[in-house]
Design a protein around this ligand. Structure first.
Ligand code: AMP
Length: 379
């Protein structure tokens, strides 16, 4: 019998960041209590969850204490040692599973699995040691991107290589293993979030269009301005991955729409995702509530959007000017993560600007409608 959590049930979330914070807030609304596992005692999720265990991600006794305090375990980020999840799995149900976490932690394993599902990715080759550098040109040609296979985020641990000279300049500093990816000439970056339940039913949110600045997500538009057929294909890809991996939880799929109009999967993340923050205000069930519902063993439901939305990330250091403007602008909602220091590049919060369904304006209209709040992202 699947384990269904009753109100008052205790959900353990590994990681204390903003994704854990917003998941814990959604859980509280449903009558669940979240217990956070975090290496630090000043993280955003700790402000809003009733209890926590503070310990390193590989601290076995802390992990055991954490497990004793919860009915089910989930996570809000991916860089958790696989052994720690294995230990927790031996003590309590863990959703999504260790298997999915391990796939998403390693870009080579991830791309191999996606290709095995018959899905297109960027062309890629594994570069496990310096000797393999010489073979990239023959396999992919220039330009290509070298990426660390593990622990990369927000474009960190990546090197764009346009020429043999570029490669020569960085080759003595590279960490291994790496993956080399051919550069996708993309038209747009898209993402889809899928929720799949213990019974095998899956539903997707509407497709999101994403724009980055300096390797960090800047704005997301929902719905993505693509044809209904393409949107359905993107959702179909997300469902295939969710079913193929037997997901219980939510999973974000990042996609490129290439210049030929084909969808290529970039990466997956089995957790709430920055590009799904718009769902908090534009959907009946947000990605955070969907996450909690799946982890709690509830049945998946259609993830209906009632408004169009633009999400703007507030990234340090210039956060608070935009935040106070958002508070004065009708039609926008501000979400701050309670972080003390707005260091450059640090995600401090986000703004969701809502439009009636079907009224999401084009770029110029958007700039006019949102004015000073969004101007940076539209330059
Ligand atoms: P990632 O860490 O893989 O999400 O990459 C960060 C960003 O770099 C992506 O959102 C893209 O804008 C860009 N990028 C990554 N891989 C590729 C690729 N193979 N071709 C073109 N752009 C890429």
């Amino acid at each position: 019998m699947p384990h269904i959590l009753k109100p008052g049930g205790r959900i353990g979330i590994i990681g204390g960041g903003q994704l854990g914070r917003m998941s814990a807030m959604a859980a509280a609304e449903m009558g669940f209590h979240c217990h956070i596992f975090s290496p630090r005692d000043d993280e955003p999720a700790l402000d809003v969850a009733p209890s926590a265990t503070i310990g390193a991600y590989d601290d076995e006794s802390a992990l055991r204490r954490f497990a004793e305090n919860v009915d089910v375990v989930t996570f809000e980020f991916e860089n958790i040692p696989a052994e720690s999840i294995a230990l927790l799995e031996s003590l309590k149900p863990v959703h999504p599973s260790r298997k999915i976490l391990e796939i998403s932690q390693d870009r080579i394993v991830e791309k191999s699995r996606l290709n095995a599902f018959g899905l297109k990715t960027a062309p890629w080759v594994a570069v496990t040691d310096p000797d393999a550098l010489a073979s990239i040109e023959a396999a992919l040609g220039f330009p290509f991107i070298l990426k660390q296979t593990r622990f990369g985020y927000d474009g960190k641990g990546q090197w764009r290589v346009n020429s043999p000279q570029d490669l020569e300049a960085i080759q003595d500093t590279l960490p291994y293993p790496l993956i080399a990816e051919g550069l996708v000439d993309f038209d747009r970056e898209l993402s889809v979030i899928v929720a799949r339940d213990l019974y095998g039913d899956a539903f997707c949110f509407d497709v999101t269009e994403n724009r980055h600045q300096h390797g960090i997500l800047d704005i997301s538009l929902a719905p993505a301005r693509i044809s209904p057929e393409l949107a359905a294909s993107a959702q179909d890809i997300a469902c295939r991955i969710a079913h193929g991996l037997e997901l219980v939880g939510i999973l974000a799929v990042e996609l490129f729409l290439d210049a030929k109009g084909e969808l290529r999967v970039n990466e997956i993340a089995p957790r709430p995702h920055n590009s799904g923050h718009w769902t908090q205000d534009a959907c009946l069930i947000s990605q955070f509530e969907a996450h909690i519902r799946m982890v709690a063993g509830l049945r998946a439901q259609p993830l209906t959007r009632h408004s169009d939305a633009v999400m703007k990330n507030l990234v340090g250091p210039g956060t608070y000017v935009a935040a106070s403007k958002a508070l004065e602008t009708p039609g926008t909602r501000l979400h701050l993560y309670g972080k003390a220091e707005a260091r450059p590049g640090r995600k401090m919060g986000h703004i969701n600007a809502l439009f009636p369904k079907g009224a999401l304006p084009g770029d110029l209209g958007l700039a006019a409608a949102l004015g000073p709040i969004l101007n940076d992202g539209l330059e």
